[in-house]
Design a protein around this ligand. Structure first.
Ligand code: CMC
Length: 427
C-alpha cells in the first residue's frame, strides 16, 4: 500500500506523505500544499481535518469505542476514580499509590479561593446562567494568579494545573449556591474529591449534610465519563486560544463558553427541557420523532447524534446503567426516564435514525441523573465542565509542550472584489 497521496493539478503531480496513527484514522500531511500548488483545502466544520497529533484520548466512532490514554472507558468507569483519571489524563500513566496521594495533597493545598472572587460572583443577578458565571470566574482567576506559566518548566505547569483543579470545583459549587441564595462555602480538605464537591454543593449552614454514598458514587462516575473526548469543540477552542500563548485560565474560560452551546455540552440541559416538553404535550413520541425528521422543522432530537460516533456512544451505555442502578437503589420511579427510554426505542427503530446512524449520546441520560441528584437544570452543563476540566488542561498542556504554532486557518474568500469607497451622501 502506498504511503503517499498524489494530487494532480494544472498538469503537474504533487506527492504528500501519509501520517501514521497507532489506531484509527491516518492522515495526509498537506503542510506544503499551498506552497506547492497555491491551493488550500476547504473542510467546513472540520469533518475531515485532523487539527493535531494527540496521545490523550482515542475514539472510534464506527465501533463506539473510547479510550483514555489507551484504557477503555468501560474499565475506567468501573474501576477508577475521577481523581485517578485526572492524573492519568494529565500525566499519561495511572498513578502509583504515593503519586496519587501527592497529587491529591497538591490539589487540596490550593483549594482556597480568594475572598475578592466572591465580590465578582455577587455582582451577578441570581437569574444569570451558571455557565456564563463560571466562564467569567475562571477567567477572573488569572487576575488573582497573574504569574504566567513557563511551559518549559514541568513544575510550573504542574503548579498551575493543580491550582486550577483545586479552585474550579469551588467556582462550580458557587455558581449553584448563587442560584439558590445559599452562603458561599469552602472546600473541606479532609474529604476526597467527590465527597468534598458534594458538600460544597449541598451543605447548608443550618444542618449536617447526610451523605448518600450511592449519589456521591454516581457523581464520580459522571465526572469520569466526561473527562475527555479528544478534539471536540471546547477542547479545540482551548487549544486554539492557548496556541496564541494565552494563559491556562483564560484558555479554559474560553472552553467553558464553547461547551455552553446546546449542540455541545448544553445538550444535557436541552434534553431535559425536551423530555419535559414532550411530557407536558401529552407524550406523543411519534409526533416529536416526526418533527425531528422534518426538513421544515428546526427541532432536533436532543441527546441524539454525534459528529464522530456512528454507533452507540459508549459513555451513553455506561450512563444508562448508572441511571438504572441509581434509581433502583434510591427506589425512584422517574417518569422522565421512562419517556427517555421509550423515545430511544422509537428512534432506534426508525429508518431515518437508522440510516443516518443517529444514536443516543452522553447527554441523553446524564441530565436525568443530575435531576435526581437535586441539581437544577441550568447547572447540568456546569457538571459537564467540571468533568471535562482535566481533559481541557491535558489538551492545553500537550499543545503547549509540543510547541505547536499559533492555530490560524485560512479561508476561501467569496465576498466583493476590490471596490472604491462611496461617500455617505452618494450611496
Ligand atoms: N435529530 C434529528 N436529526 C439529526 C440529529 C438529531 N439529533 N442529529 C443529526 N441529524 C441529522 C441532520 O439533520 C443531518 O441530516 P441531513 O444529512 O439530511 O442534512 C444528518 O443527521 C447529519 O447531521 P449533522 O448535523 O450534519 O451532523 P454533525 O456531525 O454536524 O452534528 C451534532 C452532530 C451532535 C451537532 C448533531 O447530531 C446534533 O445536533 N445533535 C443534537 C444535539 C446533541 O445532542 N449534542 C450533544 C453531542 S454529544 C456531547 C457533546 O459533544 O458535548
Amino acid at each position: 500500500m502506498s504511503d503517499t497521496v498524489k494530487i494532480q493539478y494544472n498538469g503537474k503531480e504533487y506527492e504528500y506523505p501519509i501520517v501514521d496513527s497507532v489506531i484509527g484514522d491516518k492522515g495526509i500531511n498537506i503542510n506544503k500544499l499551498r506552497d506547492d500548488t497555491g491551493l488550500i483545502t476547504l473542510d467546513i466544520g472540520y469533518k475531515n481535518t485532523g487539527a493535531t497529533k494527540s496521545k490523550i484520548t482515542y475514539l472510534d466512532g464506527d465501533l463506539g469505542q473510547l479510550y483514555y490514554r489507551g484504557y477503555p472507558i468501560e474499565q475506567i468507569a468501573e474501576k477508577s476514580t475521577f481523581t485517578e483519571v485526572m492524573y492519568l489524563l494529565l500525566e499519561g500513566e495511572l498513578p502509583k499509590k504515593d503519586q496519587l496521594l501527592q497529587f491529591e495533597a497538591d490539589i487540596k493545598k490550593n483549594s482556597l479561593v480568594s475572598e475578592e472572587m466572591k465580590q465578582i460572583l455577587k455582582s451577578f443577578p441570581r437569574s444569570a446562567h451558571p455557565m456564563g458565571v463560571l466562564s467569567t470566574l475562571t477567567s477572573a482567576l488569572t487576575a488573582f494568579n497573574p504569574h504566567a506559566v513557563n511551559v518549559k518548566s514541568e513544575r510550573d505547569l504542574y503548579n498551575a494545573y493543580t491550582m486550577l483543579l483545586a479552585k474550579f470545583p469551588v467556582l462550580c459549587a458557587w455558581t449553584y449556591r448563587l442560584k439558590l441564595g445559599l452562603p458561599l462555602n469552602y472546600s473541606n480538605n479532609s474529604l476526597d474529591y467527590p465527597h468534598n464537591f458534594y458538600q460544597m454543593m449541598f451543605r447548608k449552614p443550618t444542618e449536617e449534610l447526610e451523605v448518600d454514598e450511592v449519589v456521591v458514587n454516581a457523581i464520580d462516575k459522571l465526572l469520569i465519563l466526561h473527562a475527555d473526548h479528544e478534539q471536540n469543540c471546547s477542547a479545540s477552542t482551548v487549544r486554539m486560544v492557548g496556541s496564541a500563548h494565552t494563559g491556562l485560565f483564560a484558555s479554559i474560560s474560553a472552553g467553558v463558553s464553547a461547551l455552553w452551546g446546546p449542540l455541545h455540552g448544553g445538550a444535557n440541559q436541552a434534553v431535559i427541557e425536551m423530555l419535559e416538553m414532550i411530557q407536558k404535550d401529552g407524550g406523543d413520541l411519534q409526533k416529536w420523532i416526526d418533527k425531528a425528521k422534518s426538513k421544515d422543522d428546526d427541532f432536533r432530537l436532543m441527546g441524539f447524534g454525534h459528529r464522530v460516533y456512528r454507533n452507540f456512544d459508549p459513555r451513553a451505555k455506561v450512563i444508562k446503567k448508572v441511571a438504572d442502578d441509581l434509581f433502583e437503589k434510591l427506589g425512584i420511579q422517574d417518569e422522565t426516564l421512562e419517556i427517555a427510554k421509550k423515545l430511544e426505542e422509537v428512534a432506534l427503530n426508525d429508518p431515518y435514525f437508522i440510516e443516518k446512524k443517529l444514536y443516543p449520546n452522553v447527554d441523553f441520560y446524564s441530565g436525568i441523573i443530575y435531576r435526581v441528584l437535586g441539581i437544577p437544570t441550568e447547572m447540568f452543563t456546569v457538571m459537564f465542565a467540571l468533568g471535562r476540566l482535566p481533559g481541557w488542561i491535558a489538551q492545553w498542556k500537550e499543545m503547549r509542550m509540543s510547541g505547536e504554532p499559533i492555530n490560524r486557518p485560512r479561508q476561501i474568500y467569496v465576498g466583493n472584489p476590490q471596490r472604491d469607497y462611496v461617500h455617505i451622501n452618494d450611496r
